[in-house]
Design a protein around this ligand. Structure first.
Ligand code: ZN
Length: 305
């Protein structure tokens, strides 16, 4: 055979059938072999133990848009416009800081912890329907380990996916309605960002860029809302390297997890589908696992405060 043969054994499986309204912010917790995620409009934080196959839920009093690990134990989460600490054992929530106090219609959206233990998250105006909202109302923030909040910029439409390069010198960020994946120079010591530029412009059928994670080769995986896929991007060349389609349109976010971070978990939404869409996509709102990608992810960082 004159051509190199690539064996593809990519498998996409629906692994948790709970039909969440809008699953988001998947994060792998190695210590418990669990996947944490949120259902934003249902105001619940979920922890799915992949060993026992049990799901535990904590209900909160406002839309919860992201969850992350905490070095002190327990978790942190963005709830409404608050950065919060979460004690999983007694289900108590403690407010660490609040943002956008002058914008009553705003809420946090996606968030993630940086390699120095700061919790980054951005805001948006609450949607009147999925992806329909007053524009330019959001901002990007981070919660430092001392619980102080830094505001980076405003005029954000839908603050979404975020991650850092493997050398911690670049911050990748998605404001969904720009239809781009952007990069900034990142100063890990100070948490400062600068020099914003576009690394990828979505193609039409890829629809809206949503959650994002980096793999162990420094490539970005972006969940395509309404596009029913995750795409792998080379942020250095700006080229798409791979597309993995899922049997649901509203793919929202992705993370690596499982043994050695060799599996990818993908969340999605069912809100926004009409009756016909729900019939066509019975797994909308469920959790998917992708195996056989041939690349691993990296462990998530934990909030240091
Ligand atoms: Zn999102």
């Amino acid at each position: 055979c004159p051509f190199p043969v690539t064996m593809s054994s990519i498998k996409v499986e629906c692994v948790l059938r709970e039909n969440y309204r809008c699953g988001e912010s998947p994060v792998w917790e190695e210590a418990s072999q669990s996947l944490l995620f949120v259902d934003i409009p249902s105001k619940i934080i979920c922890r799915w133990d992949t060993v026992s196959n049990q799901v535990q839920r904590v209900a909160v009093d406002a839309p919860v848009s992201s969850v992350a690990l905490r070095q002190l134990g327990g978790y942190v989460a963005t709830i409404g416009t608050k950065f919060c600490a979460l004690n999983w054992e007694n289900q108590s929530v403690f407010v660490l800081a609040m943002v956008d106090e002058d914008k009553k219609n705003n809420r946090f959206n996606d968030g993630k912890v940086d390699p120095a233990g700061r919790y980054f998250a951005g805001t948006m105006a609450e949607e009147t329907a999925p992806a329909v909202l007053e524009r330019h109302q959001g901002s990007l923030y981070s919660l430092f380990p001392d619980h102080s909040v830094k505001k980076y910029f405003d005029q954000v439409d839908i603050s979404n996916g975020l991650d850092w390069s493997l050398d911690h010198k670049i911050f990748y960020y998605i404001d969904s309605l720009s239809y781009t994946v952007d990069a900034f120079d990142y100063d890990l010591q100070t948490g400062q960002i600068s020099n914003r530029r576009i690394v990828y412009k979505m193609e039409k059928d890829e629809q809206i860029p949503d959650g994002m994670c980096i793999d162990a080769e420094g490539k970005l995986w972006v969940a395509c809302y309404n596009g029913g896929r995750v795409i792998r991007l080379d942020p250095e060349t700006g080229k798409r390297l791979q597309t993995v389609k899922l049997p649901v349109d509203k793919t929202t976010s992705c993370c690596f997890g499982g043994k050695d971070y060799s599996e990818m978990y993908v969340t999605c939404a069912r809100d926004g589908l009409n009756a016909e869409g729900l019939l066509r996509q019975p797994d909308a709102g469920n959790i998917f696992k992708i195996t056989g990608l041939g690349v691993k992810g990296i462990a998530p960082y934990s909030y240091a405060g």
